[in-house]
Design a protein around this ligand. Structure first.
Ligand code: ADP
Length: 249
């Protein structure tokens, strides 16, 4: 039976890998991977901010960037429009879970570097940042979980990889090795839906949609995202508890 390009079931996430406190100088840091997509996040602060003294809550700054060697073609090192936009997207996805009013007048810096990219870098970044914020002791309601769901051909799937994001049944028909996958995915192209969720509140803090989808399919995809977010959160939580246990020995 034909399955997804990498042999997964429709609702199966790529292999998740988590490494915590990987940067000595950061207050909290984490590496989070979905398969070949690897994000590293480091949190500095909270530190007193001269510019935000009269604010009634902490000020969050996020910088997302992809290492030049993170993609098959070397990426330009200068910040692209995409990187500037994704920095803002990640900030907005995280902010609703942070209790920033508890640390007024301070500034928190989050740096995210993509070490390897194979689709889903913004969602892996959200998870790495969320873990790093938690390790830095920033007050939060819950961990924010990022993951992508979507429609590839006619099939709703979780956690699209790059090959799935680029799916086009018309192109596959010309490829004798890959045309068998049309049997699984069906006709059409891909619609990627990156989301971020506060699992304890079942609240979405990010929904982006690139492509076309019916409202029924969107509903199915978002329900799948909620279900998978709980699975990801449990892994994240387990890794944090494990870290505290080891460091308290
Ligand atoms: P996301 O990584 O969150 O899915 P995009 O949809 O913008 O965001 O990108 C999809 C994928 O395309 C990335 O994960 C990466 O594999 C690839 N990609 C994005 N930008 C570049 C780039 N400048 N050079 C090469 N590959 C890129």
């Amino acid at each position: 039976m034909v399955k997804r390009f990498d042999g997964r079931e429709y609702n199966e996430l790529r292999k998740i890998n988590i490494k915590l406190n990987v940067i000595e100088n950061a207050k909290g840091s984490a590496i989070f991977s979905f398969g070949d997509t690897v994000a590293l996040a480091a949190v500095y602060g909270p530190k007193p901010s001269k510019m935000s003294l009269d604010y009634d809550k902490a000020f969050l700054r996020v910088r997302y960037s992809m290492l030049t060697f993170s993609t098959p073609e070397r990426k330009k090192p200068t910040p692209s429009r995409r990187e500037i936009e994704l920095s803002e997207v990640i900030k907005r996805a995280l902010e609703p879970a942070l209790l920033l009013e508890e640390i007024p007048g301070s500034i928190i810096d989050i740096y995210v570097e993509i070490l390897n990219a194979d689709a889903g870098t913004r969602t892996a970044s959200i998870n790495a940042a969320s873990l790093a914020l938690s390790l830095a002791g920033i007050p939060m309601k819950d961990l924010v979980v990022g993951l992508a769901v979507g429609k590839v051909g006619e099939k709703i799937v979780a956690d699209l990889n790059k090959e799935e994001e680029d799916y086009d049944s018309e192109k596959l028909k010309k490829d004798p090795e890959k045309s068998k996958y049309i049997e699984y995915y069906g006709e059409g192209r891909a619609t990627d839906i990156p989301v971020a969720i506060i699992p304890s509140e079942k609240k979405f803090t990010l929904i982006q949609l690139d492509g076309e989808i019916s409202s029924k399919e969107l509903n199915d995809a978002l329900n799948l995202a909620l279900e998978k977010a709980i699975e990801v959160k449990n892994l994240m939580k387990k890794s944090i508890l494990n870290e505290y246990r080891v460091s308290n020995l």
